[in-house]
Structure formats: C-alpha cells, structure tokens
Ligand binder design. Structure first.
Ligand code: BGC
Length: 766
C-alpha cells in the first residue's frame, strides 16, 4: 500500500502544483511553453514520495483493473472496485495499456478513460493524469468504426511517405476521438530476415526507406504539436535489432556487430529522435546474447546519450519478467528490475501486477538504484503528460471528431492501398483483365476481410470475424461488383494450410476465361507468426499447380506480410500481384488494379527470395554472393528490392552529374530524364543508389540514398534532380564511425533494378 510522509506533503504541495498546472498561458509567466513544462515537471517531482515515483514508472494492463481473468472474454468493462482504487487512486500509476478484450466504440472508450482520469485527477494525492497507451498498428485498430490502413510494409511499398504521414495523422485523430493519446507505433525495425513474422509491421529492409517512412508517420502523429487534440505521442519500436533474430523467429537472439548496428539498425531511430519521437519501446529480444532491456550501452549510452533522446523509454509487454523466464539473465524479478532500470528503462509495461513498485522502492532504499535514475525516469514521464496536456484535457469528447471513420479518411486509406499494390509479373499484358469475361476466383485470401487486414485488427491476432465491418468488400465481393456476380464463380479451394475443395475449383475453372488465385497468410503477429519454412504452404501451391493444368491465364494475388517462396508456381502464373496486407480498402483497391482502374505503382520494400537457403538484403557484400564456381553470381532472388511493374512503361535517359570529381563538402547534382513511353498515365518511383567501389570495410553492393515518386502522362517526360554530398557517400568504417574514403563511387538511378543507369565519379576530401 502506498504511504505518504506527512500532513504537509498531503496538502500544501497540491496547491502549489495546481497553481502551476493552472498556468496555461506561457506569455503571462514570461516563460516559453517548454520552460514552463520543465518547471511543472520539477515542481511535481519535488512533491512526490518515492512510492509515487515508482508508481509513475508502472504501466499496468487494463484487464488487471477489471473483474475476471486478464485474458478472459468480456463484453463490457466492469471495474473491480478494490483494484481500481489501488491502481488509479492509491498508486496513481503512470500508465495503463491494452484493451479490455473486446471492441469498444469511441463513446465506450471515452467512458472508460473518463472513469479512470476523473478518479486519478480528483481522488489521487497528486492528481496526476494517467497515460493511456494502445497499439495503433495500422489505424486506431482497437476502436470500432476506425479506418484500418495497409500495414507498414504496404505503406513502404508506396514509396510515398505522404501515405505514412496520413496513416499517422488519421490514426492519431481517430485514436484521440476515443480519448487514447499514446500510440505504440510506428515500427522502425529493419526487417533483416524474411522469416520474421512481423515484417508486415515494418517498413522493410532498407534503412533509408524505413527512416523516411518512420519520420513521415511521426510528423503525421505529432506534427501539429502534442497539445493538439488530434495528435498522439508515438512510441517508436523496438529498440534495437528486433527484426534480426538469428533463427528468424519472434523475440529471438540476434547477432549484430557494432558496425552493422550503426550502419543499418540505428539510423531509423536516430531520425525518429530528430523528428521528436516522444517515446521508444525496447525490444523484447537479445542482441549478441544481451537482452535489450538490460543493455545500458544501447539505452543509456546510445539512445539517451548519443542520440540525445529525452522522451520515455518503455519496456515491451512483461519484458522485465522475461529477463528471468525467457532470457535467464536475472535470477528473480527484483534483480531483473534493478538491471533494467539501471540500464535506463523509464517505464515498465508490467501488465498484471504492481509488484515492481515495491521492488523499485526497495532497490532505491537499498542504494541499488540511485534516486537520480528514478528522478530522470519520472521526469520524462511527467514531461510527456504535460506535453500531451493531459492535466488540462485528460480525455476528449467523441463528438468533437466529425471526421472519425469519414469518407475523407476512407478515401485516403483506399489511395494508400492502391499505391502500395505491386505488380510483379504481367506476361503478354494479361493484366488489366477484360471485363466481359468469366472469372473463377479462388484461394484462401479471396473472400476474407481478416486476411486483408492481418493481425492487430479489432483483436490482437485479427482473426475474429464478429468485428468485421460488413460494408467492406473482400477481393471476391469487389470483383463481383466490378464485373457482375453472374460472371464470377467462387470456390475457396484451400484454407491456410489444407486443401478444401481444389477439385471443385478445377471443375469450375473449365468455364472460366481467367483464374484469379488469391493466396495468403493467416493473420498473425509475435510468437503465433513464427514459421519453420518460408515456402507458401503446400496446399496453396498445389491449388495453383492443379489449376495451371487447364492452360488458362492465371493471376496470382498474394496477400501476405512476408515474401513466401513461390519458385515452383511463379512460372505457372501469367500475372502476379503483391498486395501485402492492404487493410480494409484492400479488396476494392485490388479489384481496381485487376481491371485497370488503378495503374499499379508500388515497388518491393524488401528482397523477395527465391530459395530459403539464399536470402540476403540487396545491400549485401560481394563475398556474400560468391557462387559455387568461384564467380560472383550467387544472389538470385525471385524479385529484387525496388522492383515493381506498371501498366505503362517508363524510359530513363540522359543521366547527368554536375562533376566527375567531387571535393570536400561540395554538392553533386544528379539529373535524369524519365519518359512515360506507354499509353496510360502512371506513377514512377525513381530510385537513387550509391555504390562505393573500394572501401577498407568491404562496401555494400549498393545503398539507397534518395527516391521520388512522380506522376507522368503518356508521352511526356520529366527531368528529376537530386543533390548529394559526401554525407551520402559515408558508411561505417573499420573503427565503427561514419567515414568516407577518397576514391571512386558509382551513381545508379532508375526504376527497375536490372536497368539502372550508372555513372562513376571521384571523391576527394580536399
Ligand atoms: C509487442 C509490442 C506491443 C506491446 C503492447 C508486445 O508484445 O511486442 O509491439 O506494442 O506488446 O501491446
């Protein structure tokens, strides 16, 4: 039980605090807004007992405050009076997270948050509002009626950061409509292994693309300023190296040397901090055997020190506990808490219990954690609460958000899905499909809104059908709407892993002119998303093989987060479309691509492997691709990073560079002409890579340094220019610092990995 020290502490300071909190108008105080916040943080901290400080560091799961089991099914929120009093009023905990286990609308969320905040603000001693955090992974996905965007991997495939920005902005708006101010997104992980089940939640394998998309998302979420009632504070995750588990599994140990860490994994977080990210979540895994949660070098030296991060560092779900159970790095929770807090962790997502409060108090009293560390953690937490203006606006009114789930938001979602969809094959221009033909639609993903949405959609795994919005079309629904139900036959063919009625699909296909086979992955994240082989499940591949025997045009539509291996069935399809996890408007967008209303313009944000024993990111070293003949041809992905076709064609010409000899900090101007040589308007992604021809630390094959996406009408051209400096030539050298060595570099530019235009130039520091 929380104790308070004296009558003085109980009464007077509250008045001081209220006076300061009441200082809404910075002009009147003569202090800048930030200086005023710092003053409020300091004066609040000065009033707090050690127990109160430790309580601020606790982030408890909502179900712990409710009647019934944590994971039990419920249909309404019943607070357990005793637990509610303990956590909200007595402890006045720092944060609460998670859903009650069912889907709430904005009004229901508002009521829950209001109940919590009114009690925290009126009945706790220091009257500190509680920070509510939620996994807004691709929209405010736990709020009934919200828009659910394409997952991050699909946003990355647009190569158009404005969609990541609008996903951030709309998710924030719709989250605040439900009084939820803190968002556990975006994910800035580098997806280093194609086996990893959370690739869909990432922006892919390239540090530059991931950085651009992450910062755009942050701008969308926080750009108007945190006190704006449509902003949410982001929580960028997962620091650091989560997507690089050595065995490709979730939360697995990653082996990341310091040079790779700095070259690939750190930059997106560095950019996120520069963009003003307010919180960062630590990765559940270990890197080089050291659990990230106790890695003082990562949290304190790198993140808070080198990157200058002054926001809140929060643990992942139960991860202090996992230091004991999973990592076996600490003998008990006390030791684990000590290691994590001393490493720099500010807030513990400790869903089930308040045990860590007493543990922290004991550790400080015993001088095992310095009070300065606790004060630092609590200041960061209070700062975020003041910046979010939670003392003044602890919850919002749903009626102030007329755009929640609006057509405006839905249109933006549809556009994002449309620009993400990536055309990977179009033999004999089989696509777009002609509308006056008979179509068989088949496959696991063809008639499921859940598969389009993936995990984190209304429920954690996104597999519940009861929360689906009946107005949202599946791919099948959208195709029927486009060409008329009488022209469409549907047979499921398979489920995720098993044949259901593939023979019937073959029978029906006999009457069809086109066979559209929608394959896909079961919605999953975290541990449930682990797989043992990357191949598309056999039953789904067999469906394609069986149908291919009819010699009719096959269009393979892939609805999947990961690049599942399709080597054997790729030659059997004339058209191949990657839909990723395109979200709620995905059915409509896919049908519009199939029938040519949308000209596809996405490109792969990862390397699509052909063999499970041959996967590498595009930025590998030359020695990685040495083949059995001692040549250098050992990298043959199914589809390359940055690859994607269009219904029109683009031609690049006239690559010019302003100098063949770049010196010091001068600028090199690059220009290239792009022409739409087909007969449809289209959008082209222009990719600019740099290749260091010789470097002491073996150089990467190439490195993305800029991109742009441009619309072009048929028969028109545009000149695109990029300016680069020596900064863009840098890589991590043998002493683990960014360096550029004098020598020759190559510019590679274009929209097709096999057809990049190239020019070399010389660089000299002076
Ligand atoms: C996930 C995080 C998520 C957190 C809170 C964890 O298990 O790894 O990505 O934000 O749960 O739900």
């Amino acid at each position: 039980m929380l104790t308070t020290n004296s009558h003085f502490i109980k009464s007077i300071p509250c008045i001081v605090l209220l006076l300061l909190i009441g200082c809404k108008n910075p002009e009147k105080t003569g202090l800048s807004k930030q200086a005023l916040i710092e003053k409020k943080v300091d004066s609040t901290l000065a009033l707090m007992t050690l127990e109160e400080k430790a309580s601020q560091m606790l982030n408890i799961g909502l179900p712990t405050l409710l009647t019934g089991d944590y994971w039990g099914a419920r249909e309404h929120v019943d607070f357990d009076a005793e637990k509610f009093k303990k956590y909200v009023m007595d402890h006045n905990v720092g944060a609460i997270h998670n859903t009650p286990g069912y889907l709430l609308n904005t009004k229901e969320w508002h009521d829950v948050i209001k109940t919590i905040q009114d009690s925290a603000l009126q009945k706790s001693r220091l009257k500190i509002p509680i920070l509510y955090g939620i996994d807004n992974i691709h929209g405010a996905n736990y709020v009934k009626g919200s828009v659910m965007f394409p997952h991050e991997i699909a946003l990355a495939a647009t190569w158009n950061p404005s969609y990541s920005e609008s996903c951030g902005a709309i998710s924030s708006y719709e989250s605040r409509a439900a009084s939820l101010p803190w968002s556990y997104n975006p994910n800035a992980d580098i997806a280093a292994s194609p086996l990893w089940g959370r690739i869909a939640e990432s922006f892919g394998e390239d540090p530059y693309l991931v950085s651009e998309m992450t910062t755009a998302y942050i701008r969308g979420s926080q750009g108007k300023g945190l006190s704006d009632k449509t902003s949410t504070a982001v929580c960028v995750k997962h620091f650091l190296g989560y997507g690089a588990g050595r065995n490709g599994k979730d939360r697995a140990n990653a082996i990341i040397p310091e040079n790779d860490l700095r070259e690939y994994f750190l930059p997106p977080f560095e950019k996120a901090v520069e963009e003003g990210a307010m919180s960062i979540m630590i990765s559940s895994n270990a890197v080089n055997g050291i659990p990230c949660h106790i890695n003082k070098y990562y949290i304190t030296d790198l993140l808070k020190g080198e990157l200058g991060f002054n926001g809140v560092v929060v643990s992942d779900f139960s991860d202090v506990e996992f230091l004991v159970e999973a990592h076996q790095s600490a003998k008990n929770k006390r030791e684990a808490t000590k290691m994590a807090v001393n490493a720099g962790l500010d807030m513990l997502m400790n869903p089930y219990d308040d045990d860590v409060v007493n543990i922290i108090v004991g550790l400080v009293e015993n001088k095992e954690i310095p009070i300065s560390r606790i004060d630092d953690a609590v200041s960061r937490i209070l700062r975020l609460k003041f910046q979010l203006d939670l003392f003044e606006t602890p919850y919002t009114s749903p009626t102030d958000y007329p755009d929640f789930g609006s057509k405006k938001h839905i249109d933006q979602n549809y556009k994002a899905a449309s620009e993400a969809i990536t055309l990977l094959k179009n033999e004999n221009s089989v696509l777009p499909l002609k509308k006056d033909r008979k179509i068989l639609v088949t496959g696991y993903a063809s008639n499921s809104i859940n598969v389009l949405n993936g995990a984190w959609s209304r429920s954690f795994l996104g597999r519940e059908t009861k929360y689906n919005d009946a107005t949202k079309p599946t791919i099948l629904d959208a195709i029927k709407k486009e060409v008329g139900a009488s022209n469409v036959d549907y047979v499921a063919g398979t489920d995720y892993l098993n044949d259901i009625n593939s023979d019937l699909a073959v029978k029906k296909a006999k009457n069809a002119d086109y066979i559209v086979i929608c394959v896909g992955e079961i919605p999953a994240t975290e541990k449930p998303s682990d797989i043992n082989e990357l191949d598309l499940p056999k039953a789904q591949q067999n469906l394609v093989k069986k149908l291919a025997q009819l010699n009719k045009p096959i269009i393979l539509v892939m609805v999947q987060g990961r690049p599942r291996i399709i080597r054997d069935i790729e030659p059997l399809a004339q058209g191949i479309i990657m839909a990723y996890l395109p979200g709620q408007e995905g059915g409509r967008a896919l049908s519009d691509v199939l029938f040519g209303k949308i000209n596809p313009s996405g490109k792969l944000p990862y390397t699509y492997p052909k063999f499970s024993g041959n996967y590498l990111p595009y930025y590998h070293k030359k020695t990685d691709i040495r083949d059995v003949n001692w040549g250098y041809d050992g990298f043959y992905p199914q589809f390359e990073f940055g690859f994607g076709l269009s219904y029109t064609t683009f031609e690049y010409s006239n690559l010019q560079i302003s100098t063949d000899s770049l010196v010091g900090s001068d600028t090199l101007n690059i220009s290239v002409d792009i022409k739409n040589t087909g007969n449809r308007p289209g959008k082209e992604i222009v990719e600019l890579f740099i290749k260091d021809l010789v470097a002491t630390r073996s150089p990467d094959s190439k490195k993305l340094i800029r991109f742009d996406k441009i619309p072009l009408e048929p028969n028109t051209s545009k000149t695109i220019e990029f300016n680069i400096t020596s900064k863009d030539l840098e890589s991590i050298g043998i002493d683990n610092h960014w360096v550029v060595e004098d020598g020759r570099f190559e510019i590679q530019i274009g929209g097709h990995p096999q057809k990049l235009l190239k020019r070399t130039f010389n660089y000299n520091a002076e």
